[in-house]
Design a protein around this ligand. Structure first.
Ligand SMILES: [Zn+2]
Length: 260
């Protein structure tokens, strides 16, 4: 599994599929629906059954997943009576089914049906919002940093500032990024160009006492050094000028100590 942000969240231990199907309430839930609605799996879209049933779409996956046939049967809710698995084997099949679903998902989300499903989730802000203040709550899209499984966890991409971030919920951030591909948000934007017509975020400008910080000067002098003292004199002089123009100014951020 991905090695980043691997916080252990013991509360996350939910019912296994086996436990789920043994309770009467959930008899009619398909494995795909059950899996995609599990806590932490909300980023996944539900892959259409027909897509999973088409062997062409699964080409090359057989060698990547142990217990492939059993895992595929589990995903498709096919029960085989001819082979009874031990509890340990059943657990391994469930783990394989999760990996196999992720690998199938990576292919599905790049199809037109998959892109439409992802767009629907994006429009309902199911992947969260950009944490960048100047993006003003822009909805984000899932993205991988690698197409090779087990390299890094899923991130979110903001179409406005074009940056990537960790998902807001750490439970979503445990999913393998390869299951969302490095391509997904960019292909989606190409397919639905209206998503990208948002325009770039206004650039944040760092300022000290209202003055732009220039890169050269921004090699900030160490406090207490001669350069720092000179800078302090410069800025206080600048501040005096500002005050004389704007009248008496409130103390910085309104939190300064009261002056007598
Ligand atoms: Zn942003």
């Amino acid at each position: 599994m991905p090695n980043e942000a691997g916080e252990n969240d013991s509360a996350e231990q939910e019912q296994s599929w086996e436990e789920c199907t043994s309770s009467d309430d959930d008899q009619d839930v398909s494995w795909i629906v059950w899996f995609c609605t599990r806590k932490g799996n909300e980023f996944y879209t539900e892959v259409e059954r027909e897509f999973v049933e088409d062997h062409f779409n699964l080409y090359g996956l057989k060698n990547q997943v142990p217990y492939y046939n059993h895992a595929l049967d589990l995903i498709l809710d096919i029960e085989r009576m001819d082979m009874v698995l031990s509890e340990e084997q059943q657990e391994k099949v469930e783990m394989s089914a999760e990996v196999l679903y992720g690998l199938i998902h990576a292919r599905y989300v790049l199809t037109s049906a998959g892109l439409a499903a992802v767009n629907e989730k994006y429009q309902s802000v199911e992947y969260g919002r950009c944490p960048h203040v100047l993006c003003e709550g822009q909805a984000v899209l899932p993205v991988g940093q690698s197409d090779v499984p087990r390299v890094s966890t899923v991130k979110v991409y903001c179409p406005k500032c074009q940056n990537i971030f960790y998902p807001r919920s750490s439970s979503n951030g445990r999913i393998d990024g390869a299951y969302f591909t490095t391509t997904l948000p960019h292909l989606l934007i190409m397919t639905f160009p209206e998503i990208a017509s948002i325009g770039l975020t206004t650039k944040y400008v760092p300022r000290i006492f209202g003055y732009k910080v220039h890169r050269g000067e921004a090699a900030l002098p160490k406090p207490g050094s001669d350069a720092a003292a000179a800078a302090a004199v410069r800025t206080s002089a600048a501040l005096r000028d500002t005050k004389s123009l704007a009248g008496p100014a409130p103390s910085a951020a309104g939190q300064g100590p009261p002056s007598d």
